[in-house]
Design a protein around this ligand. Sequence first.
Ligand SMILES: NC(=O)C1=CN([C@@H]2O[C@H](COP(=O)(O)OP(=O)(O)OC[C@H]3O[C@@H](n4cnc5c(N)ncnc54)[C@H](OP(=O)(O)O)[C@@H]3O)[C@@H](O)[C@H]2O)C=CC1
Ligand SMILES: O=C(O)C1=N[C@H](C(=O)O)C[C@H](O)C1
Length: 270
Amino acid sequence: MSAGAVRIAITGASGRMGRMLIEAVLNAPDLRLTAALDREGSPTLGQDAGAFLGQHTGVAITTDVRAGLSQADVLIDFTRPEGTLAHLALCAELGVRTVIGTTGFSDAQKAEIQALSQRAAVMMAPNMSVGVNVVLKLLENAAKALAQGYDIEIIEAHHRHKVDAPSGTALKMGEVVADAIGRDLKTCAVYGREGVTGERDPSTIGFATVRGGDIIGDHTVLFAGIGERIEISHKASSRATFAQGSLRAARFLATRATGLFDMNDVLGLA
Ligand SMILES: NC(=O)C1=CN([C@@H]2O[C@H](COP(=O)(O)OP(=O)(O)OC[C@H]3O[C@@H](n4cnc5c(N)ncnc54)[C@H](OP(=O)(O)O)[C@@H]3O)[C@@H](O)[C@H]2O)C=CC1
Ligand SMILES: O=C(O)C1=N[C@H](C(=O)O)C[C@H](O)C1
């Protein structure tokens, strides 16, 4: 790893998170944007990475991931699962650490990430905000205390462009709650209901998904009992919270050679 500023590459540079990350890196004195990458066909290819901010950075958006990564210490990737895995394979080969914000991975893809993290360190989390990661800790305690007599439902809402459902954060909340009370999310999750469903099975954890407009990301875990309801909610009002968490993760990874980490490691919440 080079001395001085941590050199950052960003894939999906013209995406919603890509732009947020570019702005955050340009404003961070201890980080330096050295590569901005997007895929073939992106209308921003060839433009300066700071053009959307009216800034000249000297870093052009290109499709040459190998060349971009060879100039970087850490890649921050918020793209799609298949893109992330292709980028990660190159990072493993070149010894570049990776912060993964992408959601929607299959179990097989997660296993591939675990294997590749043994060659160059990876931090992966479905939600980089400090608040959501604190909520995950609160949920652990709440679920243990409310394990009997309370029906558990997870409700999430996101913007109209989101392609995966339920959100990665909602699934993580489900896993944390299920683990805390000794259930297996794979067998107890119910994803949406329709028609004559019968009465609610108390051993299930339900998920409900809302998509619309420009909602950045709302998550609620509802514990519904008799005579009372407990709701634990997080609402993101700006993608800056995800970008700032990603920068914390990049700084954390800059001091690690190999291994798979999450936001608990980055924030010292483990
Ligand atoms: N962990 C967290 O805190 C957060 C996670 N996310 C996750 O990050 C991901 C991206 O979200 P968002 O920025 O809103 O999405 P966008 O669609 O706005 O941006 C995605 C970017 O990745 C590019 N891309 C898409 N597919 C590929 C591919 N196969 N290979 C390389 N590049 C690709 C897109 O290019 P093109 O425009 O050409 O399609 C675009 O530049 C999602 O999975 C989302 O759930 C989002 C916010 C917070
Ligand atoms: O796609 C998004 O926008 C978001 N995705 C993440 C998820 O799937 O949990 C995190 C955040 O809520 C925004």
